[in-house]
Write a protein that binds this ligand. Structure first.
Ligand code: AQP
Length: 331
């Protein structure tokens, strides 16, 4: 049985990118693996965030996990800040990553550039190390993430290797990232050269489908998606990024490669194609949203799920932390 771990950080309203790149992929693991899925609330503090918004979004994320089909009896569902062991491990692991490595992370470069390189919290710089600790603490083998998180998992892998080689033993499991077959990187509908991102505050979010948008808004955003001046529905991410992104979304919804999806739209105009994409998205998101609303309405129940998850997660974390503390000589 492999150990599988992933998380989502409550940094903004969840998007269709988060759904395709992460939420919907988790449940498939839970029948034949040991699965740990968490709300990465400490990671959300790496950029300025309103406390009320953060508090509420933590419950949104766990409700999305449940709506996607995660079963708390099969999957260990927890909140990152309920696990003090991760802070201890982070204090240790900060010493094994190099400043040049975290400075090279694409997310760090993009997010610090948005802050105009002023007042950048140290936590934003060291975020991939805390993420590596989330991974190490449960002896994780596999980390299912969208493409943009792959670089962070690769850094965790490098860090595990370095640590094991320095202390001459298999103290930390070396993790591996897996990304979905279709929809590794969903792009903005209004600016298909940029990722659809939950913390994106540019141009009034008309290119971002939020999982809590109503049907009318979702359809309107898809029907207004940027395409090109041609008329053929063809998958070519370099020359036709808008159409290709819509084909990727359609393919993700229908479990087919975008090239295969393209064949269904030969000779059809962009209007008909966009309507088919909107139908496909709503067919899946409609029932998902209804389940989400039901889970989200009971915060006491969500707290109970967190508390059971934290207990189980800490039972796994304690011996791993002890092993690493012994390896470095502080135990
Ligand atoms: N556009 C996307 N396409 C495919 N997958 C995506 N993910 C995010 N956006 C897309 C995947 O969703 C998970 C969320 O990870 P995270 O909460 O750590 O945030 P992130 O990776 O930084 O994603 P965001 O939405 O862009 O958040 P912000 O704006 O806060 O940085 C990951 O598996 C991610 O790959």
């Amino acid at each position: 049985m492999a150990r599988v771990l992933s998380g989502v950080k409550p940094t903004g309203k969840m998007t269709l990118g988060n759904y395709i790149g992460s939420f919907r992929n988790f449940p498939e693991f839970q029948d034949s693996n040991e699965v740990y899925i968490f709300v990465a609330d400490l990671h959300a503090l790496t950029l300025p965030i309103d406390p009320n918004f953060l508090h509420s979004t933590i419950y949104d994320i766990v409700s999305f996990y449940l709506a996607a089909g995660l079963d708390p009896n099969k999957t260990i569902l927890f909140r990152q800040s309920d696990i003090p062991e991760v802070a201890m491990l982070n204090a240790i692991m900060l010493n094994y990553a190099y400043m040049g490595e975290t400075a090279e992370m694409i997310q760090f470069k993009e997010k610090s550039a948005k802050l105009n390189n002023k007042a950048i919290g140290v936590g934003l710089f060291t975020y991939p190390i805390l993420m590596a600790c989330d991974i190490f603490l449960y002896d994780t083998d596999i980390v299912p993430v969208g493409e943009d998180q792959r670089q962070h998992v690769e850094l965790a892998h490098t860090l595990a290797r370095r640590f094991n080689s320095r202390y001459k033993g298999e103290f930390i499991k070396e993790p591996r990232a897996v990304s979905p077959k279709v929809g590794k990187r969903i792009m903005s509908l209004s600016d298909p050269l940029h990722k659809m991102s939950k913390s994106d505050d540019r141009e009034a979010q008309k290119g971002i489908i939020y999982l809590q948008d109503d049907e009318k808004t979702i359809r309107k955003k898809i029907m207004s998606a940027v395409t090109d001046s041609e008329t053929n529905v063809h998958f070519d991410p370099i020359n036709k990024p808008g159409v290709s992104n819509l084909l990727t979304i359609y393919g993700a919804m229908k479990h087919m490669e975008p090239e295969e999806a393209e064949k269904l739209f030969v000779g059809q105009n962009y209007g008909t194609f966009k309507k088919a994409v909107a139908d496909a998205v709503m067919e899946e998101l409609g029932p998902f949203q209804a389940k989400f609303n039901a889970f989200r309405s009971d915060e006491a129940k969500l707290e109970e799920i967190f508390s059971i998850g934290a207990k189980k997660a800490r039972e796994s974390a304690a011996p791993v932390l002890e092993r690493i503390m012994k390896a470095v000589g502080i135990r």
